[in-house]
Write a new protein. Structure first.
Length: 308
């Protein structure tokens, strides 16, 4: 059996008293493009640093290409292409020098490919690293992450320092190229509208916990907004887990993650409603910033209203 590209099982990590990862569990199959989504300080970089063997975990199991990064950090780094969020490189070296400097660390380094990526990403090879702009620095980091033809590419918010044209090129050309070669791509991002067309699968990390992992298509199919009368909304909230609810003129807009079941239920009761498809941005927001209620809480709320 082939090991998954990444497996996190019940991983915990705290910095002093601050719990950053709490039983974090997810799995990335080989050949997939996996988007790791979370708000600022959700714990994305911490999880990635543990994957790369740069940070130790407090408990739980981590495997990257079948290896434990805590005990095999060098082997993991050889087989993984990693772009850190804020890459620091030797400023005094010229770009072409760092390409030659990195080559011996990787048995699979392909210098022709490094030069090709440098050209595609418009990296000025004769310039010293300390004189690069932020975007040029990210692009050089990408070249260094990819030139050894890694099986797994881990990118921590790669589009952050790129201008809109480079971002488009990054998503459309680079990710598509890596997908075509069957590589696994794991990347964290804030730019959900750009992630949406390329990610096969997404995991949403909220305060160190995975609140949902799903195929992008399934997420779009399952998570929808329903607009219905307030009375009907209160009844449905006592049966369904609501990710978000807010007034919509005279009606109420509910977001649920069981759209087919709710649709069927509303159909059976003949309740008038509208269904609205959501994009990944809206789905993410509902999970991490929505006004959540569970059926039990909704019943209590309704009971409370009646008592008042
Ligand atoms: N070495 C450290 N020592 C103490 N606290 C840390 C350390 N590294 C991270 N943290 C804290 O852990 C939390 C999660 O940080 P992390 O960088 O993993 O979040 P993130 O999801 O990558 O955020 P962003 O999207 O803003 O980069 C933050 O509150 C941060 O301050």
């Amino acid at each position: 059996m082939i090991d998954p590209a990444i497996q996190f099982t019940e991983v915990c990590k705290s910095f002093r008293k601050q719990e950053v990862l709490r039983d974090t569990t997810f799995r990335v199959e080989r050949g997939r493009t996996f988007a790791f989504l979370g708000r600022n300080a959700a714990g994305k970089t911490t999880a990635i640093s543990i994957m790369m063997g740069l940070l130790s975990r407090d408990s739980g199991t981590v495997r990257v290409l079948g290896l434990d990064p805590a005990t095999h950090p060098v082997e993991v780094r050889r087989r993984v292409g990693y772009l850190a969020e804020d890459q620091t490189m030797y400023g005094w070296m010229r770009c072409e020098e760092i390409l030659r400097f990195m080559a011996p660390f990787y048995p699979t380094w392909d210098h022709e490919l490094a030069l090709k990526y440098a050209k595609d990403f418009e990296v000025p090879l004769a310039t010293k690293i300390k004189h690069l702009s932020k975007g040029q620095n990210v692009r050089l980091g990408l070249v260094l992450a990819l030139a050894h033809r890694p099986e797994l590419v881990i990118l921590d918010d790669p589009a952050l320092g790129l201008d809109p044209i480079m971002r488009k090129q990054f998503n459309r050309d680079l990710i598509t190229h890596l997908q075509g070669e069957g590589r696994t791509v794991f990347y964290s991002s804030h730019l959900l509208y750009e992630v949406e067309p390329v990610a096969d699968e997404v995991a949403i990390l909220d305060k160190g916990k995975i609140v949902r992992q799903a195929e992008t298509e399934d997420l779009r199919r399952d998570v929808k907004q329903f607009v219905l009368s307030r009375e009907a909304a209160v009844r449905m909230a006592s049966e369904f887990h609501i990710l978000d609810q807010r007034p919509d003129r005279e009606d109420t807009a509910l977001i649920v993650d069981q759209a087919a079941t709710l649709e069927q239920r509303l159909g059976e009761e003949g309740i008038e409603h509208r269904v609205i498809d959501l994009n990944l941005d809206e789905i993410f927001e509902a999970y991490v910033a929505g006004n959540h209620t569970t059926p039990a809480a909704a019943t209590l709320q309704v009971a409370g209203t009646c008592d008042a």
